[in-house]
Ligand binder design. Sequence first.
Ligand code: BTN
Length: 241
Amino acid sequence: MIGQKLISLSVVDSTNNYTAKLHSRDEIDHGAVILAENQLNGRGQRGTEWQSEPGNNLTFSFLLTEINLSVLDQFRLNQLASIAIINTLDNYDIDAYIKWPNDIYVGREKIAGMLIENSIGSEGIKSSIIGIGLNVNQVDFGELSATSLKSQTGKDYNLHEVLFSFIFNFNDLFQKLDTPQILLNEYLNKLIGVKSNVAFSYNGMQYIGNVKGIDKIGRITLTADGLEHGPFSLKEISFVI
Ligand code: BTN
């Protein structure tokens, strides 16, 4: 279970950093959720920055220590968190999709992202810090191709309510970590390029095709014009949405 302990901060550098700090001092246990109104150094994937209007969106992280996963199975955590966000948005009648590997989109605009930082021991994954940025009440994203719950529906949302919906959905899915096939099917069901065409590029060439599958370690294989491409890991390919 996550969410039995919730720490709310008004300002922090990054909730992932803060969660790691509390964990290293043994001050939090499995399931603790750290929420911040404002991050001064919100971190995105691949060294990018996560921008979020203070007080308008959800920026939070949580700690998992009671997980029994080998290093090769760590992509299941990305699947789990992605589906939990999709289900949360579905609770608010928003139909969202996953852009491989774990960006959450509504149409062509990004609504949520995650930064998962695992610590590996000899027995597999010792702990995982899952940081989520979910756009809720922000409507002006400047140059960014981004959206929010409010941009989609015109309504204002209570941030705690949306957070509790996420926590509920995540807890509901958590047991599926032990049933990888079910988890994978739910992930594929919402992955862009599975039921529709997707444009992708690698090695300087562009293709339009479909996702054929995701392997155990999260690499993607696609087909285009009857030919198979991949498996690709993150740095090798980009999608045009
Ligand atoms: C991405 O899509 O690039 C990942 C974005 C992850 C942002 C969240 S906000 C809460 C947590 N703290 C951080 O510094 N990053 C994650």
